[in-house]
Design a protein around this ligand. Structure first.
Ligand SMILES: *Cc1c(COP(=O)(O)O)cnc(C)c1O
Length: 365
């Protein structure tokens, strides 16, 4: 089976983790600090604060903005549930804009339509490794006086107009096992602002600025040196990994071109796509479950990210802090999307197998 994602870390990572084990400093220490420095440099942020998950990164980023109860955050309905859960956990009310069908990120016009006097934060999601429309979204944010938090959990190193995602507002990255860079579980918050970085470090460590000097009720959001040790060697090879993913995406697009009704992902002009996922939209009327089964029988793994808009579950209905309005593009896209393997561990020939399986599954449907 060609898996849609796979974790293969290699001997450098083993050495790096062993060195931490032998050092005796296994909780947060110098390796976390080095990870923060190097990740900030990679994406072009002034400050990076490591935390224990991407979800925690989002919670901490929103907490650092010190919202009042009832303040609103506008986000994308086409995202992993963590985005929504983090907003609720931080005590804010959530509203949803609709997405654009070409980049799967928030549509600036639909965001403008959701703004109320209580709206404080715009929280775009950079899905599948491509930046959302930050030109349009930053214009709306400035015009409406909104703070910006970016969910960049899938987009380490993605750019728009040459600028890294996570540097427009407060950036939130995930280092979960299946993300393009991993610490097993882990996250990073990036910011340009020294004061925000300081608040994040305090929130991460029980609200403590110095020993027993409590400035806010905080939490334990810390990452460990053992976890951070996993990612340092991955950072070295990240540019090469991105080049492979990029070439894989190009090859898939070449081989899948011309299938009637099948919509292929594209790198939009001015955006540096990092190909966390290669996501197609099936032709109208194709049974997705049957298509995925057919791929599986041909030895090709796939994933549905995500099958429904994130608010479209019973637990989020009838809550005063979840304001649901129709998002027709997100509904249509979530009903048709399928992600195919594009990762750097694909073998020569795997891309041909994937493309042949897609053609065969569509002919059978
Ligand atoms: C993975 C992911 C998260 C959450 O990250 P965790 O590290 O799993 O907590 C948030 N948002 C998006 C879009 C993600 O893909």
């Amino acid at each position: 089976m060609i898996p849609v994602s796979t974790v293969r870390l290699g001997p450098e990572v083993e050495e790096s983790v062993l060195a931490v084990l032998r050092s005796g400093v296994v909780a947060q220490g110098p390796v976390v600090a080095e990870f923060e420095r190097r990740f900030a440099e990679l994406i072009g942020a002034e400050h990076a604060v490591a935390v224990n998950s991407g979800t925690t990164a989002l919670v901490a980023a929103i907490q650092a903005l010190e919202l009042e109860p009832g303040d609103e955050v506008i986000t994308s309905p086409f995202t992993f549930v963590a985005t929504l859960n983090a907003i609720l956990q931080a005590g804010a009310t959530v509203r949803f804009g609709d997405i654009r069908a070409d980049d799967f990120g928030l549509d600036p016009e639909s965001v403008r339509a959701q703004v109320t006097p209580r709206t404080k934060v715009l929280l775009p999601v950079h899905l599948y490794g491509q930046a959302a429309d930050m030109r349009g979204l930053m214009t709306v944010a400035q015009e409406q006086g909104l703070l910006v938090v970016e969910d960049a959990a899938q987009a380490h190193g993605a750019t728009i107009d040459g600028r890294g995602v996570g540097t427009f507002g407060i950036g939130c990255f995930s280092f979960y096992a299946t993300k393009s860079l991993t610490t097993g579980e882990g996250g990073v918050v990036t910011t340009r602002d020294a004061g925000t970085a300081d608040r994040l470090r305090v929130l991460r460590n029980q609200g403590m600025r110095a020993r027993y000097e409590y400035v806010v009720p905080g939490n334990n959001y810390r990452l460990t040196d053992l976890q951070a040790a996993l990612v340092l060697p991955q950072l070295e090879r990240y540019p090469a990994q991105l080049a492979v993913r990029r070439a894989n995406a190009a090859r898939l697009s070449e081989q899948l071109a011309g299938i009637p009704g099948l919509v292929l992902p594209t790198e939009l002009s001015g955006r540096g796509h990092v190909w966390h996922q290669y996501t197609v939209l099936l032709p109208d009327g194709v049974d997705r479950e049957g298509f995925v089964d057919h791929l599986g029988r041909a030895g090709v793994g796939s994933g549905i990210y995500y099958p429904r808009p994130v608010y479209d579950y019973d637990i989020y209905r009838n809550r005063p802090d979840v304001v649901i309005s129709p998002t027709p593009v997100a509904e249509a896209v979530s009903a048709r999307c399928v992600s195919l393997p594009v990762h750097q561990h694909l073998q020569p020939g795997d891309l041909d197998t994937i493309a042949a399986a897609v053609r065969c599954a569509l002919e059978a449907s």
